[in-house]
Design a protein around this ligand. Sequence first.
Ligand SMILES: C[S@@+](CC[C@H](N)C(=O)[O-])C[C@H]1O[C@@H](n2cnc3c(N)ncnc32)[C@H](O)[C@@H]1O
Length: 858
Amino acid sequence: MFESIVNFLSPAALTNSILREAVATAPGSSKMMTRRARSSLESAAAVTNTPTITPDTMEQDTFSNNGPTGVDFSGPLLTPEASRSETSSNHDLAVAGDEKPQTRRRSARMTRMSLRALENLRDLEEENKLKHGEASSMTPKERTVSGETLINSVDESRASPSSVKNDANMNDHSWSQTTLLRDTTDNDENAHLATPVSKRSEEEEEAPPRRSLRARRAKEDEIKNNDKDNTEDNMEVTKSTTKPEKATPPRRSSRLSLVTRAAEVLDRAASVLGKRSRDAMEKAVMQRRASLRPRHSLPARDALGSSSELPDPKKRRVSDGDLQAKKNELEQEASKTEEAEKPVVPQFRTKRWLDQGMYTGQERDYDPRLNEANNKIRAARRRAPPEPQRKLLPLPMFAGERLLKLGRDFKLPFDVFSPLPPGQPKPDEWKKTNRNVFVGDAASFWRENKKIELSTCLCDEETGCDEDCQNRFMFYECDSSNCRVGPNCGNRSFEELKQRTKAGGKYNIGVEVIKTADRGYGVRSNRTFEPNQVIVEYTGEIITQNECERRMRSVYKNNECYYLMYFDQNMIIDATRGSIARFVNHSCAPNCRMEKWTVGGKPRMALFAGDRGIMTGEELTYDYNFDPYSQKNVQQCRCGAPTCRGVLGPRPKEREIRESKAEQKKEALQKKAKGALAGTKRKLGSVLDESTSALNKKRKTIKGTSVKTTISKAMSKAKSAINGKKAPVHVKKNVTVMKTTKTSKSMMKTKTISKSKVTKVATAAKAAKATSKVKIQQVTKKKTAVKPATKETKPVSGSERVRIRFKATARRSTSFKKGTQTLKAKSPAKKTPKKTPSKRTPIKSPGGSIKSKAAAKK
Ligand SMILES: C[S@@+](CC[C@H](N)C(=O)[O-])C[C@H]1O[C@@H](n2cnc3c(N)ncnc32)[C@H](O)[C@@H]1O
C-alpha cells in the first residue's frame, strides 16, 4: 500500500523507479537504454515537470556537478532532522495557506525514491566501471552512505509506513472529527482519539517496522488489486461518515481519505515540485525551526475534554492561545449540552387548603346582603389586625357570637347542593329588562290610581303587617305613604326583592335558567324560599291590546312560546323582552303563584313561592290559567303532575262550558245594547263596542250599581258586624271570568268579585271589624259628614282619620264591584279599544288573576 501510494502520489518517484528498472534490465551499460524506457521517462517527466533522469543527464548531474550524490535535492531532506523540519514547515504552510502537510511528506518520499534510483544507478555505474577497469568515482565510505542508508535514515526519521498511515489518519481527521464530535455527548471515552486507525498509527509509531523494499512492493501489488474493489466501498464510506452512529471501519475510511488526498496531492505535487525554489525551501525550513516548540507546552489529552481536540502529531503545533480558546469553546458547548439535558423540574404551586367549606360566611363578618367581593372589602376595612388563619373547620353550632345574636339564614351553596348539568345552553335571543317599559300608546292609556295610593293600613308595630293587614288583602304593598309600621312591616315584598337583587350574586337573585327535557327553558331556584316569599318580578313591555294583536299577527305568528300576560287597565305585559320570570313554565300542580300587586300606585307582577315554600334546585312553576282563545292555540301540557289537565289552560270540558256561557252572555249583552240603541236608557256597564276581547267581555258582564247604594250597603254591613252579626257573603257562582286561587287572600277576592246584584264585600266587614276597636258611634252619627278620603289634604284628628279610613275602605270595596263602571264613565270613550280583534290572543292570567282582573276593570 505504501509503495502504491508513493507511486501514485509521486510521478517523479515513478519515473525514477522506471529508470531503475530500465537500468537494471540493461546492466553494464548506463547509456544503453531501451527506447521504451526512455519514452516512459520522458512522458513521466512531462507530467511532473521533473527533469528527466536519462543516463545523459544522470551522468552529467551525478559525476560532474553535485558531488557524491550528484542530485539536485534539497539538502535538509536527506537528514532526519531536515525531514522533520520540513514536515513542520509544510504543516505551518498548510496552516497558513490552508494546505495539508502530506504534500511535504510526499515530496520527501519522492526524493527518497529518486535517491534510491540514483544510488542504484551509481552502484551499477561503479560495477560497470569496475568491470571496465575504470576507477570508481565513489569512495568506499561514500558507498556506505548509499541510497539505502539514506532511505533508512529517512525512514527512521519520519518517512516510515507508519507515518504514512499516520498521514492517513491525519487525512481522516475530518471524518474522525465529525464522528467523534457526535460521540462526545454520548460517551466521553469515545471522545478520545482512540479510533482503530489512530491506535494502530500510534502503535506503529512506537515500533515502526523496517520492511524491506521487496516486501513493500509485494504489499503494494496486493493493495493495487484490492484498490479497485475497494473504490466503491470507499465511496459508500464517504457517505456513511455523515451518519452519526454507524462508524465505518477505519481502514476503509483511511483509504478513502487517502484516495481523495491523493488526488489533491497529485495536483499539488506537480505545482510544488515545479515552482518551489531552493530559496523558498530554505525559508520554509527556517520558519519551521522557529516554530518548533517543546512538547510539554501542549495540554494533556484528557484536559482537552473532547475527542476532536485530542492532539495528533500535527495538531500539537497549534499555538497555546488557539488551544485555550478552543478548549473554552468546547467547555461552553459542553455546559450548554448539560443544561439542555437537565430535566425540567415542574414548579408546583403551593396547595391552598380550604379553611371554609359549605358554611361560608359563618367565620367572617359576613353581610348576606352584599356579594363576596363587597364583603371582602368590608371585612378589610373593619378588620384592623389580620386574623390568624384557622387550622380546623369550626362546627356550625359554634359559628360565633354574631350568628347566635343576630341569626342568619343557613346558606348551602346551590351549586354544591344541585349543580347544573354540564353543557347547559343559555337562551341567546333573550333581551332582558328588569323593569316595565311602556310601548306605544300604552303610556298614554295608562294612569295611576291615586285613590288607592292613599290607602293606609291600620296595623301597628306590635303586630306588624301580618295576614290581617288591610293593604295585604288588597294586594297593595306597604310603604311609608300607606303604612306606619316601618321596616318591620311584613308587607313589603317588592322592596325586599329590590334590596336582595341589588346585592347581586346568584344566591340573592335566587333563580337561574335551565334547559328542560321537553318544555324548552325553565327556571329553577338557587336557594330556599319561604312560603309566600317573593321570588322574581315579571317585567316586560306594557302594550295595548291592539299592539298585542298586531304582534301576534306579524311578529309571533310562528312562535311556539308566548310571553303575554294580562296586566292592568286592559294592558298586556309582553315579556318577550323581559325578566328571567318569562321562562317559568306552567304546571297544573304548581309550587308558585304569579300575583299582581300595586306598589307605589303602580301595578307590578311577581312570582311568589307557594304555600309549601321552595327548596333549592326545584323548578319553579305556576298555573298559567292560560286562555288560548282559540282551539288552534291549545298546547299540550307536559308538567307531569298527577292532576295534569292535559293542556295549558282549563280542561276541554271546562273550556267548552266557559265558551258556551261566554256566548250566552255575549248574546244577552248584544240584545241589551240593541235595546239601548233603540232609545232605552243606557245603563252603565253596557257594551261600549262590539269587541270580542276578553277584557271587553269582562266589562260587559258587570252590571252597574250606584256608588251611593253600595256605600250604604257597606255601612249597614259594618254596623251589623259591629253589633256582632255576621256579614253575609255571597260566593260567586260564575267562574268563567275569574278563577279562584287557593290562598285565603284570593279566596277573599273571589268572594268579593261577583256579578250578583247583592255582592257583599268581605273586605268591608274586615275593615269594619278593624275599626270596631275604636269608637265609631260618632261615625255613625255623623256619617253624612264623611268626606271622600281622596279630598283629605289637611291634618285631621285620630277619630276623624279612622272615620275617613272606614269610608275609604267602603269605597274600595265598592270599587271592586263597580269600579269598572266608574272608570268607564270617567275615562274617555276614544281611549278604549273599540275594534273587535279578529283573532284571540293566547294570554296568560296571573295566579292572582282575580285581583288583577278586578284591577283591570277599574
Ligand atoms: C312563558 S313560556 C315558558 C318558557 C318556555 N319554556 C321557553 O323555553 O321559553 C311559555 C311556553 O312554554 C311552554 N310550556 C310551558 N309550560 C309547559 C308545560 N307544562 N307543558 C308544555 N309546554 C309548556 C309552552 O310552549 C308555552 O307557550
